[in-house]
Structures are given as C-alpha cells and as structure tokens.
Design a protein around this ligand. Structure first.
Ligand code: ZN
Length: 69
C-alpha cells in the first residue's frame, strides 16, 4: 500500500489512546503520515462544524465595555 502524500511505503500499526480500544491504521515510512479507517471516512464525508460560540476565523475579537459607575 502506498502513501497518498508521498507514495511511500505504508506499514500497519495499532494506535492506542487512553480508555479507548486500539485502532488499526497505517504509517508512512517516508513522511510519517498516519491514517486509519476513521480518518479516511472523515475525508470523504466531513461533518459540519458544530456551533459552540467560538469566534470564526477572521472575525474581530470581542471587546468588553467597562461598566459605568
Ligand atoms: Zn508519505
């Protein structure tokens, strides 16, 4: 299997995260790119961003006014 970024050799790896079951994926021997079935699925069907009150990129920062005494 070849890396989509550099066409390097991909090797199978097992990734572990605390409290999560291990996930099988691939790591490129040349550029170090790591991918797994979940990453590939998200590339094909990206989910819409959730609204959480964070500023949008490029928007002006929020300015607070001092309370009048
Ligand atoms: Zn690569």
């Amino acid at each position: 299997m070849q890396c989509l970024r550099c066409r390097g050799l991909l090797i199978a790896i097992h990734m572990r995260d605390m409290g999560q079951p291990p996930v099988s994926g691939w790591r490129c021997m040349l550029c170090g790119a790591i991918t797994d079935p979940g990453i590939e699925t998200n590339k094909v069907n990206p989910s819409l961003p959730t609204q959480n009150g964070a500023r949008l990129p490029g928007s002006s920062p929020v300015r607070f006014r001092k309370a009048r005494a």
